[in-house]
Structure formats: C-alpha cells, structure tokens
Design a protein around this ligand. Sequence first.
Ligand code: ADP
Ligand code: MG
Length: 474
Amino acid sequence: MSKRPDVKTETTESDQESNWNVFLSELESRVGQFQFQIFGSHLDYSRPDNTTLEILVPRNFHKEWLQEKQQNEFYNSVERAYGEEIDVIITVTESTTDSSSSSDKNNLNKTKNNINESKRFPFAESNDFNPDHTFENFIVGDCNEYAYSAAKAISEDPANSFNPLFVYGGVGLGKTHLLNAIAHQVKTNWDQANVKCINAEQFTNEIINAIRESNTKDFKYNYRNVDMFLVDDVQFLAKTDAAQEEFYHTFNELYEKGKGTVFCSDSPPEEISKIEERLRSRFGMGLTVDIQPPGYETRMAILQKKAESEDLTIPDEVIHYIADNIQDNVRKLESCLTRLGMKASLSETPITVEMAQNELDDLISASGTGTDRVVTIDEIQSIIAEHFDLSISDLTSKKRTRAIAEPRQLAMFLARKQTNASYSDIGDMFGGRDHSTVMHAQEKIESLLDEEPDSEICSHLRTLREKIQAGPDQ
Ligand code: ADP
Ligand code: MG
C-alpha cells in the first residue's frame, strides 16, 4: 500500500496521541457536543501497525453510530487526522452489561480531579440511593441504550454535560434505576459532591410543608446548593402551582451555576399534562431520550441476570415462558422470578413451566400479552361506540353535543392510557383534532377521577376498562 509522504514510517507514541486528539476534536466539532458526549467520548484506539487505526468502541451502537449515522463526519475526521491512506477498523469491546473502558477511566480521572478541587460543599447528602440500582446491574439493549449512554455520560462529566438530561418512558422500564445509577456514580467519582436524588412528589410535599410552616429558607438552601439534581417522576409537579413555581426557580439557579440536572417522567416534556409552559420548555432544552419496552433478547438477559443474582435455579424453558408472556415491564419480570423463588422454596420443589403457568397467571393476564392481544385505538373506538350506542363516525365527527362529546373524551382518555399512541396520533384518529384537545380530555377525566369518583362518567369508565380488557365480542 502506498503511503502519503508526510506519514512517517514509525510513529511515536506522542504522535499517535496527538493524531487521536485531532481526530476526536474534529469529530466533536462535526457532530456537536451532545452527540459527542454520548458517543465520541467513549472511543479509544490502538495502532496494530502504522497503516492501520483500530477504533475501540464499548458497544455495537457506538460502531453503528460511526459507520452509519455519522459516516461522513467520521471518515472526514479520520482523514483530517490521519490522511487518506489509513485503514480503519472498528472493534466492539463490551457486551450487554456495563464495564467502563480504559478511555472512560482516563476521562473520568481527569474530570474527577478537576471537580474535586473546585467543589467543596458544606454538607453531603446522605448516601441512601438504592444499592442495587447501579450501572453494573443495568442490562443494556436496543430499548434503552441511548438513555443508558446519556446517563453514563452525565455521571462522568456532570458539569459539562447536556443539561438537563430528560429521560422518559412507561412504568417499570428502568428510569428510577438509571437515576439512582447516576447518583451512585457521581458519589463514587466525587464523594464530596452534594447529590440530591428525589421524587417530584417528595419535592412537592416538602415545599408545601415549608410554606405552611413559613420556613422556605431552609428548603431553598437545601435545594439550591446541590451539585447534581436528580428528580424522578416530574409529571407529579403538575399537581401544585407552588411546586412548579419553586421547581422553576430551583432549576434556573442550578442551571446558572452549571450544575447537572436529570429529570425522569412518564412522557416527553411536550406531553406532560397540566404543567406550566415555562417548565415544559426548561425540561426540553437539553437532551431528551426515551426508554422503550425491552425486546425479547433484553428480557431474556434481564431474567437471566436477576435469576443469577438471586441464586435461583430456573430452567431455560421457564425463562423463555416468562420472556414470551411479559413484554411491557421489567418490574413484572422481576416479580415473576420473586414469586417463583418463594413458591419453590416454600414447597421445596423445583421451578417448572407448570408452576410458572399456575403461579404467574394474574401477572401475565394483567400484562395484556397472554393472548398477544394489542389494544388499538380502533378497538377502543368501537367498544365505546357500542357501549354508548353511537357510531364511530359520531366519535370522530365535529359534533359537540354532550351525548357525543363525553364518550369521545372517554375514548381519547382510554386511547392514551391503553395504547402507546401520542396525543397527536390520537387526535388524528379522532377526526384530525389537535393534540391539545386530547390533552384536555385527559385532564378532564383525570380530575373527575380525583374529585368525583362516584360520578356516572367514572362508572362508565370502569365498565369500559373491563370491556377493553376482555377484548372485542365478549
Ligand atoms: P421506572 O422508574 O421506569 O418505573 P424502575 O427503574 O423502577 O422503573 O424499574 C423497575 C424494576 O426493573 C427495578 O427493580 C429495576 O432495577 C428493574 N430494571 C428496569 N430496567 C432494567 C434493566 N435494563 N436492567 C436491569 N434491571 C432493570
Ligand atoms: Mg420510577
């Protein structure tokens, strides 16, 4: 292979290091800081010979990112740093579970020292994060790898990361786990750091108490001297104006001081109902990532890892049986194992598929996947139309009489609760309505459920839920 005249036959270690740094800064300037934080900062290299650059990436999605998503940016950056004649190979170094690559550790140490020197705080938060919720115990799959990488990136460089990181996804998919993992990691890296990891409900209760006792000073001191602010279930803030107000100012102050913030929620910022616009826009101004329900492989990996860590002897076919039947929620996967573990130990018999079929019946049917039945908006519409003796075209029409508008709102509410459709998708299915109309329907039904659970409309709702659960024609 011909070599460019300016490529030396023998490159020294410091040449190699400086080429690599040129490559990294080229890449960062081309892909932008956010993406580089998640992907680029995890790269390492080796030089098997002078004409080959081996790029070491922790996981397959880093490789895909380089070779597919950022192909041009990647190859142009290589060319700028190494010239045209270099052969590039990309090697994936890690598997599903986490362990930091050597370059991570280098980066970490650099930042760690910086922050340790600059940050000394009057008090450190108690270290009572869930001990099992660490990055090491988190199984990474297609469903959660962006959220995982972003969480790792922010815990390794909180001050310079995207801010805020906003993670959303359905129940039991690992949001709280990731939040705790960030807390652990930051505390491990900087033991002096003041890390606050709370649920928005706790924040709300504390501010309400502080106002009641006319003592908001301590509250403010507590929350505004935080280095890493991790707030779970931020959708709960919507319940009180005082919490939203205080949260807004807390966030602004921390943001201005350059502190790291991570928020979790059950929906993306634009879809959290009843939240003030100014908070919604704050939530969405950093990096927003979602967690999807785990695919089959990931469910298997999670079950295997949990069984191993709980010392459960469980045959493969039982693991397959659970992974086949519980698809939407990791917490339910765990409950299956716990239940089987207890049953096996009480009855002193081994775990079998038959035992699983008997013991997990309710979990499997509640998960809605036992018969592989997926609820669609169409189906919800026809169940509701039939129940109220209307036609589907009434539900999708512009008519606003109460006899039609209320069932329509119920249908939108149920579509939101029982399918994965977004507000806009639902609006489209109801005669091209705006997402805010669907949001309004949801808010209305939610407040009825809160305030008038015995009302006629709530009783219809309970019946409709049962009908939907049972499926059509039953
Ligand atoms: P969420 O906050 O999204 O409702 P959690 O974080 O509470 O969900 O997760 C529910 C349970 O499932 C926890 O015990 C958590 O440890 C576990 N879990 C979720 N995702 C994963 C994963 N990817 N790997 C391992 N355990 C997971
Ligand atoms: Mg949670």
